[in-house]
Design a protein around this ligand. Structure first.
Ligand SMILES: [Fe+2]
Length: 175
């Protein structure tokens, strides 16, 4: 077991960017991008992966489960970390997040292959697909879905004016 993602939680650049997001979003009434959202995405994605692995032990290319957990938690913790940069200079946040992730993951000692996989998940959560789609359960797809399904629209006080289409608002807890 690696749990290398734990190192991100004390990384100075991660913490300063998270604080920047908190500052810019303190008046925001819609979905925020704080540590709770980041961990919701990690947990929902990981639960989905565990469910898939129950029915297909070789799902996700048979990648080691602890390695997958490290990759999922790291990608989730960093997928919106560029929001502060987007508020500052309109850099699309998935691009800013990917660039920040490269620095943070390197500082946390992630191997190059995992950094590549994590940055792809971050870029693909908003942008175009850059890795080949796989047959069967797909980590990119589960990650994108988790980013949406973890939002609690059914209890949100700002739901009436939210830009999300009614049909996409979550009316239940799925995971
Ligand atoms: Fe997100």
């Amino acid at each position: 077991m690696s749990d290398r993602y734990q190192k991100i939680l004390t990384d100075p650049l991660f913490l300063s960017e998270l604080e920047k997001i908190r500052f810019y979003e303190k008046e925001r009434i819609y979905c925020g991008h704080d540590i709770h959202h980041l961990l919701d995405v990690a947990r929902v994605t990981y639960i989905s992966v565990l469910e898939q692995r129950q029915t297909d032990p070789l799902a996700f290319g048979g990648q080691d489960l602890y390695e997958l957990k490290d990759i999922i938690y790291a990608a989730a913790l960093l997928h919106d970390i560029g929001r502060g940069r987007e508020y500052e200079d309109q850099t699309p946040h998935h691009e800013a997040s990917s660039a920040l992730a490269s620095r943070i993951l390197t500082a946390c000692g992630f191997p190059a292959e995992q950094i590549h996989q994590i940055r792809a998940l971050i870029l693909e959560h908003r942008g175009q697909r850059i890795t080949p789609a796989t047959n069967g359960p797909d980590l990119t797809q589960l990650f994108k879905e988790a980013d949406k399904t973890c939002r609690l629209c059914f209890i949100c006080p700002a739901a009436d004016s939210c830009k999300w289409d009614e049909s996409t608002k979550n009316q239940t807890v799925r995971r």
